[in-house]
Design a protein around this ligand. Structure first.
Ligand SMILES: Cc1ncc(COP(=O)(O)O)c(C=O)c1O
Length: 440
């Protein structure tokens, strides 16, 4: 087979020979996606798929959105790179828009090239500001792949080392329907998690720097606490001056439908001190960043730069993408179409014992699968459904401890017709997987 063949199996062999083993690929016969348009993508063999995962929630508006493509092309034709040593109009403009949208008073924005680097920056800021390397993180959390980020990852599938520059204490609360408090009412659940946090803080010597939390856990399988948990945590944290970092890498920009930021479901006690973002804002261009109030952002006592952070092409993409999202009220679309999709999926799930729970909000929907007739998470079922959905022309993602939950997060321009089509395709895949598991 020659090196330039379009055979995906040959490409897979080459991938295996040169890439790390831990870089996982979806599907028994991994896919090579070659182009996309709207909510659809095509593979190298010409098959078309409805995309319900958007390259891990990153194709936020649509594939090949003309506004973004044009902005990227025009900026690329002018200048690709200048560095943060020089003034950049697109960077300042995007920072202004994000600062205003963040809800954080006197906000400052620092751009990075990934969510991981945004996490790392938030941790650097919080630990420097507080003079402490102690961090509270949620069980079942994920915040990135760097040495500092895996040190606050409460999910062993994604945390390859126990070594860490930070001292991390894991808090209960991100997973509503499993764990020791699952049977409690929402109010009692929140009270129990707050009591756990207070107890933890009492046992901890020295001041804790910050709590970092995803309002809806992404890699964790789209699990979330009852609304209000982080507002209740905030009260406890505020007593000791502990900062709250909201990781909005997956939940930002209106994807959850009800709110522009995930933290707003817990908004009673104001915005977080720091907010991190990445993934969707660049629609595939690498844009990440941190927003913090000035006092926290300016607390570093040495210089810090990101050579590629805020590069002109990525900023132009972010501005065009965000402009499109706001002008077309894609948050409203996520609420309406996501609401319909979740209803359809709940109706399908009601007749299937392979599905334990359909959860989420807006266009961030998790479907937790179990071994039929049990409460045991079933990564096997999730893998079967992924394969079957692909065969039917639908791409979805996986998550949860060990990978037992499906993750559904289409581009936010999803239409009602596409939501209905996707729900039917997924229903077929779920039924097929359940049969397969029963047959043994
Ligand atoms: C909530 C959350 N934070 C941070 C990250 C890290 O982002 P990146 O993969 O861009 O480094 C991710 C990636 O999945 C994420 O889901």
């Amino acid at each position: 087979m020659n090196q330039h063949s379009h055979d995906p199996d040959a490409l897979r062999a080459r991938h295996r020979a040169v890439m790390p083993e831990w870089l996982g690929l979806y599907y028994e016969r991994p896919l090579e996606l070659t182009h996309g348009e709207g909510r659809h993508v095509w593979d190298a063999e010409g098959n078309r798929y409805l995309d319900f995962f958007g390259g891990i929630l990153t194709t936020m508006t649509a594939h090949a959105l003309p506004e973004v493509t044009k902005a990227v092309g025009e900026q690329a034709g002018r200048i690709l790179h200048t560095s943060t040593l020089y003034l950049s109009r697109p960077m300042v403009e995007l920072a202004e828009r994000i600062a205003a949208l963040s809800g954080i008073p006197d906000a400052r924005v620092f751009f990075t090239t990934s969510g991981t680097e945004a996490t790392d920056t938030a941790l650097l800021l919080a630990t420097a500001y507080r003079g402490s390397n102690q961090i509270l993180a949620m069980r079942n959390s994920y915040h990135g792949r760097s040495f500092s980020s895996v040190g606050i990852t409460g999910n062993r599938s994604w945390s390859p080392t126990s070594l860490s520059p930070l001292q991390t204490l894991y808090v209960h609360g991100g997973v509503r329907s499993r764990g020791p408090y699952a049977e409690l009412t929402d109010a009692d659940y929140i009270a129990a998690c707050v009591a756990d946090l207070e107890d933890l803080l009492q046992q901890t010597a020295g001041g804790v720097a910050a709590l970092i939390a995803e309002p809806v856990q992404g890699v964790g399988g789209f699990t979330a606490p009852p609304d209000g948990l982080y507002a209740a945590f905030r009260e406890v944290l505020a007593r000791e001056g502990i900062l709250w970092i909201s990781d909005e890498v997956q939940t930002g920009w209106g994807r959850t439908g009800d709110h522009f930021w995930g933290w707003q479901a817990h908004g009673e006690n104001g915005p977080p001190d720091l907010l991190t973002f990445a993934k969707g804002i660049g629609n595939g261009m690498s844009v990440g960043g941190v927003v913090a109030r000035a006092e926290v952002m300016n607390s570093l006592s040495a210089n810090s730069i990101s050579t590629f952070g805020g590069s002109p092409v990525t900023m132009a993409a972010g501005l065009a993408n965000l402009g499109y999202l706001l002008e077309h009220d894609l948050q409203g679309n996520a609420r309406r179409v996501g609401g319909l999709l979740i209803e359809r999926l709940r109706a399908v799930a009601a007749g299937l014992d392979v599905v334990r729970e359909v959860r989420g909000r807006g266009l961030m929907i998790g479907v937790e699968l179990v071994r039929p007739g049990t409460d045991e998470p079933s990564p096997e079922a999730a893998a079967l459904v992924l394969e079957a959905a692909r065969e039917h022309g639908l791409l979805v993602g996986k998550g949860g401890l060990g990978g037992g939950a499906l993750r559904i997060a289409p581009p936010m321009t999803l239409t009602v017709a596409e939501a209905e089509e996707g729900a039917e395709l997924l229903a077929d895949a779920l039924r097929w997987a359940q049969e397969r598991l029963r047959d043994g």
